[in-house]
Ligand binder design. Structure first.
Ligand code: NAD
Ligand code: UFG
Length: 332
């Protein structure tokens, strides 16, 4: 059985759907940023019923009970907080959920001799000094507490792996996950005003917001707007299944980027969304957002070689599926 922490969240729920094709799954989620109805949606899509436990990864006793009661072979660890701006305002909350939460989970895993782990890291650890494309060996730096929690956890996992060769750890550095399951039943539902581009575009398309603010058009990029490596969340989810397969055959720790290797600008994203969904997206160019970098895209060589991973879905699919979910899934 695979323990998926944060399995009702955006990336976790899509990964659970992929895992359920061949595995038994136990989801641990405290519903901090997700809803229980996602469980029914997973059931509707897969016809399967994963075990769900509502609880916190920082709860040592609960983890002890879970590892005692269930035969867990591996853990995919998504649970954590991810809003960059909020992490600047309430850093201790981020260190607590992300770093302390991961530490508690690792201690429980060690106690119960579960040594296989896939961890959700982020391209944010490449910081603002490296040239694109970002490859796994580059030096790391972070510019906000959220990023620092990911970097600290990566270091903790490195130390752990060096201390005992029984650990098999895969750190996945995600680029920009967008889109939704093609059923329209699960997807991204940010609470409040979205920070990220795709959810914001969807809300403008729906008429919930009057226009998109484009944060700067004076970057050193082909059209001056920020360039990112958007990856369809279902491709990303498949990457986790491949990561798990790899772990079971190989010892040690690996760090792998999950992106498409192709960057798109904000304007390209807006135009593609408009074309695919036949909706116009009013926008205004405003000042740069502090902390943003011009370009961020992945070197995908390592993912291709060691995971045999390739993204299948393109920007059109990402725009179509995000919009379909916005109209179907979010309203049910
Ligand atoms: P999400 O917020 O949708 O999912 C995270 C889930 O974890 C939520 O369901 C939340 O309720 C749960 N959770 C939070 N704290 C918890 C705790 N202490 N105990 C138990 N459950 C808890 O986020 P997501 O987009 O699915 O991201 C998943 C992981 O991937 C996170 O670790 C995030 O930092 C990382 N990541 C996300 C992105 C992105 O752009 N979405 C990019 C890079 C990395
Ligand atoms: N953007 C806008 N207007 C918006 C929102 C975003 O112009 O309303 C632009 C940004 O300036 C950027 C691009 O769209 O150029 C993408 O922005 P997102 O906020 O969607 O994504 P980021 O690349 O800034 O951040 C994401 C995750 C972070 C993670 C980072 C690096 O949200 O958690 O990728 O991996 F740290």
């Amino acid at each position: 059985m695979i323990l998926v922490t944060g399995g009702l969240g955006y990336i976790g729920s899509h990964t659970v759907v992929e895992l359920l094709k061949s595995e038994e799954v136990l989801i641990l989620d405290n519903l901090y940023n997700s809803e229980k109805k996602v469980l029914n949606r997973i059931d509707q899509i897969t016809g399967k019923d994963p075990v769900f436990i509502e609880g916190d990864i920082r709860d040592e006793k609960l983890l002890d009970q879970i590892f005692t009661r269930y035969n867990i072979e591996s853990v995919i660890h998504f649970a954590g907080l991810k809003a960059v701006g909020e992490s600047v305002e309430v850093p201790l909350r981020y260190y607590d959920h992300n770093v302390n939460g991961t530490l508690t989970l690792l201690k429980a895993m060690a106690k119960h001799k579960v040594f296989n782990l896939v961890f959700s890291s982020s391209a944010t650890v490449y910081g603002d000094k490296n040239p694109v494309p970002f490859h796994e060996e580059m030096p790391l730096s972070t510019t906000n507490p959220y990023g620092t929690t990911k970097r600290m956890i990566e270091e903790m996992l490195g130390d752990l792996s060096r201390s005992d060769e029984k650990w098999r750890i895969m750190i996945l550095r995600y680029f920009n996950p967008v889109g939704a399951h093609s059923s329209g039943l699960i997807g991204e539902s940010p609470k409040g005003i979205p920070n990220n581009l795709m959810p914001f575009i969807c809300q403008v398309a729906k008429g919930e917001r009057p226009k998109l603010n484009i944060f700067g058009n004076d970057y050193n990029t082909p059209d001056g707007t920020g360039v990112r490596d958007y990856i369809h969340v279902v491709d990303l989810a498949r990457g986790h299944v491949l990561a798990l397969e790899y772990l079971l055959k190989n010892i040690g720790l690996e760090i792998v980027n999950l992106g498409t290797g192709r960057g798109y600008s904000v304007l390209e994203m807006v135009k593609t969304f408009e074309k695919v969904n036949q909706i116009s997206i009013p926008f205004e160019v405003v000042n740069r957002r502090s902390g943003d970098i011009a370009s961020c895209y992945a070197s995908t060589d390592k993912a291709k070689v060691i995971l045999k991973f390739d993204a299948h879905k393109n920007l059109e699919d990402m725009c179509a599926d995000a919009w379909y979910y916005m109209n179907l899934g979010e309203n049910q």
